[in-house]
Design a protein around this ligand. Structure first.
Ligand SMILES: [Zn+2]
Ligand SMILES: [Zn+2]
Length: 338
């Protein structure tokens, strides 16, 4: 079988290797599609402190069950499945609290262990979820990105009728727009690129703001009668924007951060205290796959408009080059593995 392997920083290639051995509590997945994520590029660029090399990256992948481990009874060969990349121990204080995505022993498939940019992968059976017939495999590749959005709303404690301000109209921002629609939440989205804002609008964003053309803070205050927005999601992940978010948040509002930067961010205490703001982080997903699968099966998510490119495994290096050189042209790029 063939795999795309990252040997080290900016060093990756397609290699021929053996199908991985299968342990008793694993299933072997014949990978059909894998999505390329910004965090795969972070590993290639040496910007992910958790990744070790050599590594087969890819944490957004789907396929069919090829083989079942001796202690696994839950699956049948040939079933279409999606892989939740979050491996947690089930024993630690965080797992006991129901916060398994920040487990002390957390491992992410495609980061800490080998992932989906390969033709066959052995994964723990507990990370594998069977797909209903109504969801095709290509669309299912987006379940993981939507689970990130679902987790954001869970962390924001959002309810129908709320308004959310989203920074960044990349794939994560666009999945947040779509999940907002499903939950009956209206969305205002900010981005520097008009073409991305146009896509956000087509996907149901109520209002778009380009800070190159207008002042985000003034526009949001005008839209909300000077109250600010109750919910903010930072899918732009730019540390210097945090003070603006604190000013734009409504009293008792919640701001959800998604970035992984280790840069310091200035924060004015007074904005947080006078309005009693809540600042939360959102990492990966906490058991959100079943919810997303339900929405997708009900036809509530527009997956087609998120997929902009499809590559074969052999041409995957050119996909990486394209994302590096012209990121504004790419929404989700998929790799077809067979
Ligand atoms: Zn991802
Ligand atoms: Zn744990």
């Amino acid at each position: 079988m063939k795999s795309l392997i990252v040997n080290g920083i900016n060093d990756y290639q397609i290699i021929e290797q053996d199908v991985p051995p299968l342990s008793d509590d694993q299933v072997l997945v014949r990978v059909e599609y894998a999505g390329i994520c910004g965090s795969d590029l972070h590993i290639i660029h040496g910007q992910n402190p958790f990744a070790t090399y050599p590594r087969i990256t890819g944490h957004e992948f789907v396929g069919t069950i090829e083989k079942i481990g001796n202690r696994v009874s839950a699956f049948e060969v040939g079933t279409n499945v999606v892989i939740n990349p979050v491996i947690s121990c089930g024993q630690c204080r965080l797992c006991q609290m129901g916060r398994s995505n920040v487990c002390t022993e957390l491992k992410v498939i495609g980061v800490h262990t080998d992932g989906g940019f390969t033709q066959f992968q052995a994964v723990p059976a507990s990370n594998v979820i069977a797909l209903p017939d109504s969801i095709d495999l290509r669309a299912a590749t987006l379940i993981e990105p939507y689970s990130i959005a679902a987790n954001v709303f869970s962390r924001l404690n959002a309810s129908a009728g709320d308004t959310i301000l989203i920074y960044g109209a990349g794939v994560i921002g666009l999945t947040i727009v779509q999940v907002a629609n499903v939950l009956g939440i209206s969305s205002i989205i900010v981005d520097l690129l008009d073409e991305k804002l146009e896509t956000a609008k087509q996907l149901g964003a109520t209002c778009t703001i380009n800070p190159k053309q207008e002042n985000t803070e003034q526009r949001v205050m005008a839209l909300t009668n000077g109250q600010g927005v109750p919910l903010i999601a930072d899918a732009a992940c730019i540390p210097s924007l945090i003070p603006e978010m604190m000013r734009i948040a409504a009293p008792a509002g919640t701001v959800c951060l998604l970035g992984f930067s280790s840069e310091d961010s200035p924060l004015q205490q007074v904005e947080v205290i006078k309005k009693e703001l809540t600042i939360v982080g959102s990492r990966l997903n906490n058991r959100m796959f079943p919810k997303v699968i339900e929405w997708m099966a009900q036809g509530k998510l527009d997956t087609d408009s998120l997929i902009s490119h499809e590559f074969t495994l052999d041409t995957a290096p050119s996909a990486i080059k394209l994302i590096e050189t012209e990121p504004q042209k790419v929404r989700k790029a998929l790799i077809k593995l067979h």
